[in-house]
Design a protein around this ligand. Structure first.
Ligand code: CTP
Length: 415
């Protein structure tokens, strides 16, 4: 088996203070801790007395980078809260009770965690979790509004089953959502695409022959989805037009389509507002002229299909751009099996693109359906960079980095 490249983990070298307060959801902080460690972070848990009623120190001792801190009064360091606050890259409070939210709003230092929160200049992420009545209390709402105005990142709770069996708003956000907030705040691409609207297409289109059959292709949509997620982690407002049944983060505006014609319509309607358009989808070049309403039966003999060309969405966008009717940075994909560099660059110029991402889909572990990829990105000004074999998430993050650089140099004044 070929190993993906050992590119650094996204949170390598980052120090996360993970504050845990005494809500039932404290058990989920254990999963958050594990995921942060898996992403390379150095995690220092800080548990309040109430948290210790909910979860044990031993679990965090086994999982985190340091034994959990539980008190201001310790022999290890003289002033633990300032040491924790000053060295943190981010402080995450998960779960955050109404009490800690109130302490942070008023600047009250009541224990190690609240003292750390007011001793830090690092970004702070709070993940509230409480019963619906408490969540909806005007004092809690107002405290959170004030914190958000001050720049604290609030990861809102979800609707769902709460402690005691009640159902309502107040359930701690899912661990992956909390980790995503950390990546958006201090991850490798944090803020690179802040304020940018990015439109991404993903997956292979399906052109119906009859209600049960279609003409499709081998695209899984994984790379396009990974680009949408990476753009979101880089701070962009993302619209994803996809044919793939892959889940996407809640912050992504998603439009599910099936055919090339539906994808054309969805992409064109979002194109004018987009700063960046990434056409990662494998769009069918030909579709049956008409689809049969009923299943075609074999007793009727072998059918012949009349195909007609679909619209080349990217080419249309490139033409609008040449006519000055579109300002988006246009990024195409070229999945090739031979003369990769030559074919990709000819598409780049023919479709009037800013960048093209080329991959040799005949190579081992590259392209369709794999979870790894290797690409070369070409620019319309002779720019060229190769990203060797690595996970599709890492490729996506590399592509977003190139896009962010381009936006800076090519469209410095773009709003
Ligand atoms: N594309 C598109 N609309 C189509 C076909 C392709 O927008 N009807 C886009 C793809 O999303 C991709 C790029 O064009 O970003 C290149 O697609 P590809 O299929 O590799 O190229 P084609 O131009 O169709 O050329 P060929 O199939 O002959 O290689």
């Amino acid at each position: 088996m070929t190993q993906p490249s050992n590119a650094p983990l996204p949170l390598a070298g980052k120090r996360v203070v993970l504050g845990v307060t005494g809500g039932i959801a404290a058990y989920k902080a254990i999963e958050v801790c594990r995921r942060l460690i898996d992403l390379g972070a150095y995690v220092v848990p800080v548990l309040t007395d109430a948290a210790l009623n909910m979860v044990g120190e031993t679990t965090f001792r086994a999982l985190a980078s340091e034994p959990p801190k539980t008190s201001l009064w310790t022999d290890e360091v003289t002033i633990p809260h300032t040491q924790l606050g000053q060295t943190a890259d981010v402080v995450v409070v998960c779960p955050a009770t109404a009490r800690i939210i109130s302490d942070l709003r008023t600047g009250r230092s009541a224990d190690l965690l609240s003292a750390t929160l007011i001793a830090t200049e690092a970004p702070v992420i709070v993940c509230p979790a409480m019963h619906t009545e408490m969540w909806e209390h005007p004092a809690v709402m107002e405290n959170l509004d004030v914190l958000a105005e001050r720049g604290v990142i609030v990861v809102p709770p979800e609707d769902g089953r709460l402690a005691g069996g009640d159902i309502g708003k107040g359930r701690l956000a899912a661990p992956e959502t909390v980790v995503e907030a950390v990546l958006t705040t201090i991850g490798p691409n944090a803020h690179q695409l802040a304020g940018k609207r990015v439109l991404v297409s993903a997956g292979g289109t399906r052109e119906p022959i009859d209600p049960v059959r279609f003409i499709g292709n081998r695209s899984s949509g994984k790379q396009g989805h990974a680009i949408a997620e990476a753009a979101k982690l880089a701070g962009a407002e993302v619209t994803l037009v996809t044919t793939a049944a892959i889940p996407s983060s809640s912050g992504i505006r998603r439009i599910d389509v099936e055919t090339a014609a539906q994808m054309h319509q969805a992409v064109m309607s979002g194109s004018a507002a987009a700063h960046v358009i990434v056409m990662a989808a494998a769009v069918a070049d030909f579709a049956p002229q008409s689809a049969s309403d009923q299943k075609i039966k074999k007793v009727a003999g072998i059918p012949s299909l009349t195909l007609h060309p679909t619209v080349d969405i990217l080419e249309e966008l490139g033409t609008l751009k040449a006519a000055g009717q579109l300002t988006s940075l246009l990024v195409g994909f070229a999945a090739e099996t031979q003369n990769v560099s030559q074919n990709a660059q000819s598409k780049l110029h023919r479709k009037n693109l800013d960048l093209i991402v080329a991959n040799d889909v005949a190579a081992d572990q590259v392209g369709f359906a794999h979870s790894t990829n290797a690409v070369t990105i070409y620019g319309n000004d002779g720019f060229e960079v190769s990203l060797s074999l690595r996970s599709k998430e890492q490729i996506a993050s590399g592509i977003c980095e190139v896009i962010a650089d381009r936006l800076k140099t090519k469209h410095p004044k773009q709003k």
